[in-house]
Design a protein around this ligand. Structure first.
Ligand code: SF4
Ligand SMILES: [Zn+2]
Length: 199
């Protein structure tokens, strides 16, 4: 919800006062309105705007507001024009309820959040012998979508599709391997220990 397009002259719902895009530095800018999708700069701008939306406390209200108004430009609630158009087509064709549309919005957010993580993982790793994977980046932590990851945390989330709970460790005997299937988190080790004890 950039103030440049959705101005306070509209009927202003209360949720807008909590909008992250009204923060200093963003308020009144075109950050949520990349001029296209072809250039790398446009794609990075869109990805950054979406990442901010995903952490915005009113993202769901914003996305639903833009869908209801058939906004045909800009990013709202973490959804770009194409995503909103596709969601609208699906909602009409399948006669989806508001709750079902909200579930689809969350699914799009999850997919979009994962994309930059997967890109970082692919850019930073080499496949080794025996199914091991080596991290070739030199940094000990990486910031992706506003979150900070160690290489093992990042590899775990890419492979397992969820954030790790507790420390991530290798289970293959290679202390620096980041093959996601060779990584476990505290929750997995706890479950495994309890299942083993119960057997
Ligand atoms: S979800 Fe995005 S566009 Fe909507 S109010 Fe929040 S930051 Fe602004
Ligand atoms: Zn391994």
């Amino acid at each position: 919800m950039s103030e440049t397009r959705a101005t306070s002259t509209d009927h202003t719902p209360d949720w807008r006062v909590q909008a992250d895009c009204r923060r200093p530095g963003y308020y009144g800018t075109d950050h949520w309105f990349p001029t296209g999708t072809k250039t790398r700069a446009d794609r990075e701008q869109a990805a950054d705007a979406k990442a901010i939306c995903r952490e915005c406390p009113v993202a769901m209200q914003c996305a639903q507001w833009a869908l209801a108004r058939r906004e045909d430009d800009g990013i709202y609630g973490g959804l770009d024009v194409q995503q909103r158009a596709s969601l609208t087509r699906k909602a009409v064709k399948l006669r989806l309820t508001d709750a079902q549309v909200a579930s689809l919005i969350r699914a799009i957010w999850a997919d979009d959040a994962r994309g930059p993580l997967v890109d970082t993982y692919l850019r930073s790793t080499d496949q080794g012998e025996g199914g091991h994977v080596w991290w070739r980046g030199r940094k000990s932590s990486y910031t992706v979508g506003g979150r900070v990851f160690t290489p093992m945390q990042l590899a775990f989330e890419v492979g397992r599709g969820r954030a790790p709970e507790g420390p991530v460790r290798t289970s293959c005997g290679e202390p620096y391997c980041v093959a996601s299937e060779h990584l476990t988190d505290g929750a997995m080790r706890w479950r495994h220990a309890h299942l083993t004890a119960a057997a």
